[in-house]
Design a protein around this ligand. Structure first.
Ligand code: DX5
Ligand code: ZN
Length: 224
């Protein structure tokens, strides 16, 4: 398990009627990033929100915005999400024919570049661009909705990715997104992840700040 894993609560599960308060809670919490899900109704069935809302969030939120683009041909929107305040921009390997180009496009904006893989997508799809990546996001649910059940086949995939990275002396962030909570966080971290995205587990809990802290502390007793 890597030390100092990061917690990225997913704002999708926040109460948008009191978004300001929820962001304030994130600011005061031990969260490292705010995970922001952008859904276009094409790549995934759902539609979330766009650049204007992200810009508003970036004005209120003091944590870096980790923007997960679940949109077809994401190259069309890289610059505008960067302008809206994204620190990390993650695109899906399944959503573009020109992954290498889009990664360079993200880096040219100064943002950190991430690539996400759906549960069925093999690590081999990103092995040739791994050197260029700041983050790999392993989807542990089929993207499109919060509150889904964690798909356990993700764990061997994570272990394999970690092995490939170690062999090649690369250390991109390895993020896991979907169905993550206190019940499975430890095994996810043990399998090689160092960034946990958690939506419902945080925002639907009785005390979101305390849940963030618990997620942050997982494994700390084994730290040296
Ligand atoms: C799913 C999104 C996730 C989602 C996670 O398409 O990418 O980030 O918000 O929500 P939970 O933690 O509720 O599964
Ligand atoms: Zn996400």
């Amino acid at each position: 398990m890597r030390n100092n894993h990061l917690i990225a609560p997913s704002v999708l599960a926040a109460d948008f009627s009191k978004l300001g308060e929820d962001l304030q809670m994130i600011n005061e919490s031990d969260a490292d990033w705010l995970h922001v899900d952008i859904m276009d109704g094409m790549f995934v069935p759902n539609i979330s929100f766009g650049q204007n809302i992200v810009k508003t969030m970036s004005k209120v939120c003091t944590k870096p915005l980790d923007v997960h683009l679940m949109i077809e041909q994401p190259g069309r929107y890289v610059e505008s999400f960067r302008e809206a305040g994204a620190e990390v921009i993650t695109v899906h390997v399944e959503a573009t024919k020109h992954l290498h180009r889009v990664i360079q496009q993200i880096k040219a904006t100064g943002a950190k570049a991430g690539v996400a893989l759906n549960p069925h997508s093999n690590i081999s799809l990103i092995e040739d661009v791994l050197e260029d990546l700041d983050l790999v996001c392993i989807m542990s649910v089929n993207p499109g909705f919060g509150g889904q059940k964690f798909i356990y086949q993700t764990l061997p995939k994570l272990r394999y990715l970690k092995e490939v990275c170690d062999k090649r002396n690369l250390s991109p962030h390895i993020e896991v997104d979907g169905g993550v909570g206190l019940q499975n966080a430890e095994s996810i971290l043990q399998a090689g992840a160092n960034v946990l995205v958690a939506g419902s587990a945080v925002f639907r809990s009785e005390d979101p700040k305390a849940t963030i802290l618990k997620l942050k502390k997982i494994g700390s007793e084994t730290w040296v």
